[in-house]
Design a protein around this ligand. Structure first.
Ligand code: SF4
Ligand code: SF4
Length: 438
């Protein structure tokens, strides 16, 4: 089988130790913490107040503008309060709807299978996705209805369902593809119809043989969709790299996949879209991977949005060893957490509990000009130069001449650097300074 790939990248230890663990639904917690901001764009506007009784799937936050997303109650119960609460991305307190579960888990009235779901029109599919508050589940959390609505001059001919899951440790998408291949393919078909594409590719890295087999079997019923096996290499699942690997097209500097006729959706997002169109199901739960040597109950879990990390860790056997680091997402691009009292949000693909087995602190040394960072950068940038330019405040030069804003923050440069230079920290700092000045 021909395997596709891109230039650059690295091979960190993949540690996909939970790929054989079936998805397990965790019991419902008594209290859920549902932030009104779980997506790229503006936070949702609250539709409920303290004391309101809500049903499972009821809209409790309304998208505020085009780039925003609806928020729904993950279970039935009572709104205990709307208050500032810790958040796993913003790392500060943000407005959050706190719901006391009544234990009945009663669905809102609009939930149920639609007879015409296979015949939904483009407009109906986009509206279903918008109403359901679906965002990219790979971590970026960009509202999916926006991606499905490119301007008329941007014709999408190719849809790519991203099952690469190139981040070490994470196996949630792998398990979804193994356990629910037909649902994912139906989602892909609905996305194809929504944007009027001609081709759909399912991209899976070659370190997921069971998922590949499962999708291959299911594809017998989907002759309009093709499987593309990509080489296992980080960051194979980054949008621009995947597009280049599969189509040979290069997204221009500062551009988007739609500029080259492509649309990329994550494998889990594809299933969420299928559920939204078929059942009118809002995005109120997701599958995530719990892993790392500090997690007793390593596995893949279906959890409600708003479940505290501490609840998940407690319900799965607690911690083991001395926890040095907690990460939401993967170890390369994930976000370090300072507390387990943060809730699962739509973009929580994993919770990693690392001990000293995984966490090694290194003092950075001066650059030895070995150029390894340059050879692995998938965006063709010069990370060593970017770091120096940011350090010395030459931000405009870093942006205009060296493509600071093109960095996808994949961390390949920092991973490979023998001097342990924290490139990504400098690059993020440079970007935030540019934003601040603007
Ligand atoms: S400069 Fe940016 S895109 Fe290039 S390797 Fe480093 S983090 Fe990745
Ligand atoms: S990999 Fe590290 S030491 Fe080598 S050139 Fe890049 S920044 Fe310098």
């Amino acid at each position: 089988m021909n395997k596709f790939t891109f230039r650059g990248g690295v091979h960190p230890p993949y540690n996909k130790i939970t790929s054989n663990k079936k998805i397990e639904a965790l019991p419902l917690p008594e209290v859920l913490y549902v932030p009104l901001s779980q997506h790229a764009g503006k936070p949702a506007k609250p539709l409920v107040k303290r004391g309101d009784v809500v049903k499972k799937g009821q809209k409790i936050g309304e998208a505020d503008g085009f780039i925003s997303a609806n928020i729904h109650a993950p279970t039935s119960g009572k709104v205990k309060s709307i208050m500032e609460h810790p958040h796993p991305v913003f790392l500060e307190n943000v407005p959050t709807v706190i719901i006391e579960a009544d234990g009945d888990d009663t669905w809102f009235d609009g939930y149920g299978e639609r007879k015409d779901w296979q015949e939904r029109t483009r407009e109906e599919i986009i509206n279903d996705v918008k109403e359901a508050g679906i965002v990219g589940l790979g971590g970026a959390a960009f509202p999916s209805h926006v991606k499905l609505s490119p301007p008329p001059e941007k014709k999408i001919d190719t849809v790519i369902i991203n099952g690469a899951e190139c981040e070490p440790y994470l196996t949630a998408d792998d398990r979804l593809m193994q356990e629910r291949p037909e649902d994912m393919l139906w989602g892909a078909r609905l996305i194809k119809r929504a944007v009027g594409a001609e081709k759909v590719y399912i991209a899976i890295e070659d370190n997921k043989p069971k998922a590949i087999n499962s999708i291959q079997d299911a594809l017998r019923e989907f002759d309009d969709i093709e499987l593309r096996v990509v080489k296992t290499k980080y960051p194979e699942g980054a949008e621009k790299q995947l597009i280049k690997a599969l189509t040979g097209r290069e997204v221009p500097r500062g551009g988007l996949p739609m500029d080259v006729g492509c649309l990329v959706h994550n494998a889990g997002t594809s299933i969420a879209i299928y559920e939204a169109v078929r059942f009118g199901k809002p995005l109120i739960e997701r599958v995530l991977t719990l892993s790392g040597s500090g997690a007793q109950g390593k596995g893949n879990y279906l959890v409600r949005i708003g479940t505290q990390f501490s609840y998940i860790v407690g319900k799965t056997g607690g911690t083991s060893g001395d926890i040095k680091k907690v990460i939401m997402g993967g170890p390369m691009m994930g976000i370090s957490q300072y507390s387990l009292d943060v809730p699962v949000i739509k973009g929580t693909s994993g919770i990693l509990l690392f001990t000293s087995k995984e966490v090694k602190f290194h003092e950075p040394y001066p650059c030895i000009r070995c150029s390894r960072c340059v050879s692995v950068c998938p965006m063709g940038l010069l990370p060593l130069i970017l770091v120096d330019l940011v350090k010395y405040g030459r931000l405009e030069i870093a942006k205009e001449q060296y493509g600071l804003l093109d960095c996808i923050e994949c961390g390949s440069c920092a991973y490979i650097c023998p001097s342990h230079i924290p490139h990504v920290q400098w690059i993020k700092y440079g970007k935030s300074e540019l934003r601040r000045k603007k």
